[in-house]
Design a protein around this ligand. Structure first.
Ligand code: FSO
Ligand code: SF4
Length: 533
């Protein structure tokens, strides 16, 4: 059985995974994900006619996020979603009072997993359009939708939604099946995705700050504290909050991992004294690090990798993330995880290095006058946004080296898990302003945008005219949608690495280069010289 998936930076041979996913995705799961996406498009044809329906919209978001890289590897769960997708489509069809024709509208899944997998032969990327450039831009739209769905999911968990955004999700999904759409129609749809994602990231930012306050600069302990332990990895702050509440007074210390690190900066989360530190680095190091964690471990979103037997019996998933045979927590009751942590040895006291997080736009703009004065006096010559996703490729050392070699009159803004390439290094400060400012998670790209826009306002120039360069690392589909948002804002000259996406054809790349001057990273020396002169 073969497969084809090229949605992430790990795409085999730089073209696509066709035997098995480098991420661990097997052909049956790849087929079921293709099938679920096809079902979501079928549902969208009717949902687009029907207008807002909370259940359908929620399902669409969960369905899309399920197919993001390193989220759901469980064939049975995905098959269950396909069945549910069909039920919702039938409901939407009845409620909308229309019957559409054509293969997508008439989609009906088989009753069993094997049948669903067999049907998916016709649902893969390569059967989407005969024209390679149109296929490429459809992929950009789909990956943008997946990334945006991830952020919308977190916002919805915190009770937020947005009618215009949800209308776009359904309209765009439906449009990807429209045979009358030409290349520029899809380009328009992709650019609109960037615009809608700015709304979604803003929605999530407000949801986070309303619930937990604005992040404040906070030292985070990388050592360990005596006591039982639970490690939380992923991105969801609400899940962390619930776990903190349920573990209060139980003698269990909570550690963050990966993209949960910025949680320490939120007043509403840091108030829990048993949120004690951060353990380990970025997602791709989980197998070698989790084995050394003597407590329970829980994933609330990507990026999960195949767990080894050495920690599988103390590993849990929650929400949309799943791996076959790994214990899954449904809902908000974490007692199984707590029991497991209490049965394990936990850590002894071993203090370590401290790193800083919590430089969201509120904190950074709170010292804007200092920053502006430092730029005007020449103490700060240039800002670099070095962020994005981390990954396994050796070429990602570029980002470490780039940060290390920057002159001491430059400031580094960072976000997402790519920061682990350099966030334990000592950068010092410029007149009390730390040279490394951790803005937060990948969705906090919103905060980075707010900072850039405010600086541009202060200097009475455009964002592209600021002494600010963006050196971004990408891995999965959230990075795709963030790039679309930056394009929507007209931000130019982004350097992207470690490689360009496999799903971008030369013609689409030319379009992006001509319009946004986006380019691949080359060597640290050459790129730095080109920027700083
Ligand atoms: Fe990283 Fe994974 Fe946050 Fe991604 S943990 S790679 S872009 O999920 O979302 O940065
Ligand atoms: Fe390959 Fe990435 Fe697709 Fe996994 S998600 S199958 S690694 S392209």
């Amino acid at each position: 059985m073969s497969m084809f998936c090229n949605q992430c930076e790990q795409a085999a041979n730089g073209t696509g995974c066709n035997i098995s996913g480098v991420c661990g995705k097997k052909p049956d799961v790849a087929a079921l994900q293709d099938h679920l996406l096809y079902g979501l498009k079928s549902l969208a044809l009717y949902a687009d006619k029907l207008g807002r329906n909370a259940e359908i919209d929620r399902f669409t978001i969960e369905g899309l996020f399920t197919t993001v890289t390193n989220v759901d590897f469980d064939a049975e769960r995905i098959a269950g979603m396909i069945t549910r997708c069909f039920e919702l489509k039938e409901q939407a069809k009845a409620a909308a009072g229309v019957t559409l024709s054509g293969p997508v509208a008439e989609w009906k899944p088989a009753a069993d997993v094997a049948g669903m997998v067999a049907q998916a032969e016709a649902y893969g990327i390569n059967s989407q359009h005969a024209d390679a450039d149109i296929r490429s831009i459809i992929e950009i739209v789909m990956y943008g939708l997946k990334g945006m769905a991830a952020y919308m999911d977190h916002a919805m968990i915190l009770g937020r939604t947005d009618d215009e955004v949800m209308a776009y999700f359904q309209r765009a999904l439906a449009a990807t099946t429209n045979g009358d759409f030409g290349l520029m129609d899809f380009v328009g749809l992709a650019m609109e995705c960037g615009k809608q994602n700015l709304t979604v990231m803003g929605l999530l930012n407000t949801a986070h700050t309303d619930a937990y306050g604005h992040p404040v600069p906070t030292p985070v302990q990388l050592g360990t504290k005596e006591g039982k332990a639970i490690l939380v990895t992923g991105h969801d702050l609400k899940m962390l909050e619930e776990l903190l509440k349920q573990t209060e007074g139980k003698g269990i210390n909570i550690y963050t991992h990966g993209e949960m690190l910025p949680a320490h900066g939120y007043p509403g989360l840091k108030k829990y004294s048993h949120l004690v530190g951060n353990f380990g680095g970025a997602w791709q190091d989980q197998a070698k690090e989790f084995v050394n964690f003597p407590g329970a471990i829980i994933f609330n979103t990507n990026c999960i990798q195949k767990p080894s037997d050495s920690y599988k019996d103390r590993l849990y998933t929650w929400g949309l993330v799943a791996w076959p045979d790994v214990m899954h927590v449904e809902g908000w009751d974490f007692s199984a995880v707590i029991e497991k942590a209490l049965s394990l040895p936990g850590f002894s006291e071993n203090p370590g290095q401290e790193i800083l997080t919590g430089f969201g736009h509120n904190a950074v703009l709170g010292v804007a006058d200092k920053i502006i004065a430092a730029v005007k006096s020449g103490a700060i010559k240039h800002f670099f946004l070095i962020g994005g996703c981390d990954g396994a490729k050796s070429g990602r050392n570029y980002f470490t080296e780039f940060a290390e070699k920057l002159p001491s009159d430059t400031v580094i803004l960072t976000l997402a898990c790519g920061k682990y390439r350099f966030n334990k290094l000592e950068f010092g400060d410029i007149g009390g302003i730390p040279r490394l400012l951790d803005i937060g998670q990948c969705n906090d790209a919103y905060s980075a945008i707010q900072i850039a826009v405010a600086l541009a306002g202060a200097f009475e120039c455009g964002v592209n005219d600021l002494p600010l360069s963006m050196i971004l690392s990408w891995y999965e589909q959230k990075a795709v949608v963030i790039l679309l948002t930056l394009f929507h804002l007209g931000i130019k000259n982004i350097k992207l690495g470690p490689t360009l996406p496999a799903f971008i054809t030369p013609n689409i790349l030319n379009f992006l280069v001509e319009n946004f001057n986006v380019g691949p990273i080359t060597t640290v020396e050459a790129d730095m010289k080109a920027i700083l002169g």
